[in-house]
Design a protein around this ligand. Sequence first.
Ligand SMILES: [Zn+2]
Length: 283
Amino acid sequence: MGPLPPMIHAYRSAEQALCVNSFLVEGEQAVVAIDAPMFVSDARAYRARLDALRKPLAGVLITHPHPDHYNGVAELVDDDQVPIIALPDVDQEIRARDPEKRARWVPVFGDEWPKSARYPNRVVPAGAAVELAGLRFTPVDLGPGESVSETIWVLEGPRPPIVFVGDLVFEGTHPYIGDGMTAAWIDALTRAQETLDPAAVLYLGHGSPVGLPSSVLQEQKRYLLMIREVVRRLAQGATELSAEQKKQLVETMTTYTGGARMTYLLEWGSDALAAELAHAVGG
Ligand SMILES: [Zn+2]
């Protein structure tokens, strides 16, 4: 009998903290974290979960440069020796945009926003496997999608394969569309369909783990095609939606999904999507 697959401990934040998942992957001797929550209170609870495993933290792997995936690293890690690993574009985007995100969100969330960020301290190229806690993770670069750079981390060894896909796919919630790159996201989903093992189990940034990658990715694509069409019709070439149009968008997408959570993401993100469509050549 081969070694047991590592245990995966999911920490899920509340709905006002985006239902975001962070994962602790428990190896024989140490633990690897995949992302860390957005709010200080969640990051402390995540840290307490880690402490209760009574194994050291071997490193943190970052999926993409959104604060609900990296903010909490500042609470999780207090030692510069612990590697915080990202692909180059993810690292660059975090450093470039963290100050403006802090300026925008501290007035909204107050003390729940960490006082300072802890940025990645090790940048690795796509495809280069990382060995931590006796586990082997390979980063796959899917390029722009839900954010400017999406990494999926494949845990090598277990069958069926375990893949941490960040925000490539949402389950049970509306997605964040505020970076205005839904066309690129659809392409990234197609690339993922060609890349992922059909037996893989996907661990998502928001929602429960899911099997059948191909159909899950297809469903996310369909959602994006649908919301692009709804926003196109509402906006009619404008780069913003009115409050009334946003309400209509939420109603339509609520019906389409059978009542997915986090409708506020649509209100945050719909202007970015309208602008994306208005600026697209041949829109
Ligand atoms: Zn995200």
